[in-house]
Design a protein around this ligand. Structure first.
Ligand code: ZN
Ligand code: FE
Length: 257
């Protein structure tokens, strides 16, 4: 399974998964359809699946057109998103599994950004190699999604599921927000050497107009304050007494950054 990353709209990524042997493809969160059609044409591949993480239009906007052209494509989404994702056929719950190419993904229910958000985790084929996490707007590099339909308690539980995955995991998040996120992160965790280094690298990458996605989950665990609610230095910075409060205050500060 090869992952192609298609930048669309102002800062979204659509991910196209290609099975070269079967010449089939799946797409994660198609915000729009045109660039997906174009890449399918280039690859000569048939679309067989759409994996949606949540119902926002910048994640499902291409569903209808894609299904119109590929009526056999199966549209997956979270069970709580019933009625909100166009063309949805499969209603996934925490712990469900979905297959593509030679890989099987585990589904995580990760409410917080929306009340129905799910993530797809493909473990590595050979243990020790990189796994692939498609987490939509739940976890970003250096940040996390805004809490539109969920609480800090829910989001910490959701992010805990993702934080428990192996360090050697590619984080395929749906937005290129990394530089702005890291600028905020430095205001709350400025003495973190891993964060300082990550910022310097990302700054250079963005100066060269390069994508900072996929990120690396091991790196995120060391640098992303929204995965570090239990770090004593962040609890001090936010003057909070527990992990949920730390997370909630960080999220509130970022909302006004
Ligand atoms: Zn969203
Ligand atoms: Fe989004």
């Amino acid at each position: 399974m090869k992952v192609y990353q298609i930048p669309v709209l102002s800062n979204n990524y659509v991910f196209l998964l290609h099975d070269a042997e079967a010449n089939t493809a799946a797409v994660v969160d198609p915000a729009i359809s045109e660039p997906v059609f174009q890449m399918l044409k280039e690859l000569g591949a048939k679309l067989v699946a759409i994996f949606n993480t949540h119902h926002h239009s910048d994640h499902v906007g291409g569903n209808r057109m894609l299904v119109e052209h590929f009526p056999d494509a199966i549209v997956y989404g979270g069970v709580e998103d019933r009625g909100r994702i166009p063309e949805q056929q499969v209603f996934l719950q925490d712990g469900d599994r979905v297959s593509f190419a030679n890989r099987t993904a585990e589904v995580f229910f990760v409410p917080g950004h929306t009340r129905a958000h799910i993530a797809y985790y493909f473990p590595p084929v050979i243990s020790g190699e990189m796994g692939d996490l498609f987490c939509g707007d739940t976890l970003f590099s250096g940040g996390c999604g805004r809490l539109f339909e969920g609480t800090p308690t829910q989001m910490v539980a959701s992010l805990t599921k993702l934080r428990n995955l192996p360090d050697s995991t590619y984080v395929w998040c749906a937005h290129e927000y990394t530089l702005n996120n890291l600028q905020f992160d430095l205001t709350v965790d400025r003495n973190n050497p891993d964060l300082q280094q990550r910022f310097a690298e990302v700054k250079q990458m963005r100066d060269r107009h390069e994508a900072t996605i996929p990120a690396n989950l091991g790196m995120e665990k060391r640098t992303n304050p929204f995965l570090r609610w239990d770090a004593p230095e962040l609890q001090t910075t936010t003057q909070s007494a527990n992990a949920i409060q730390t997370f909630a205050r960080l999220r509130g500060m970022k909302d006004h950054f």
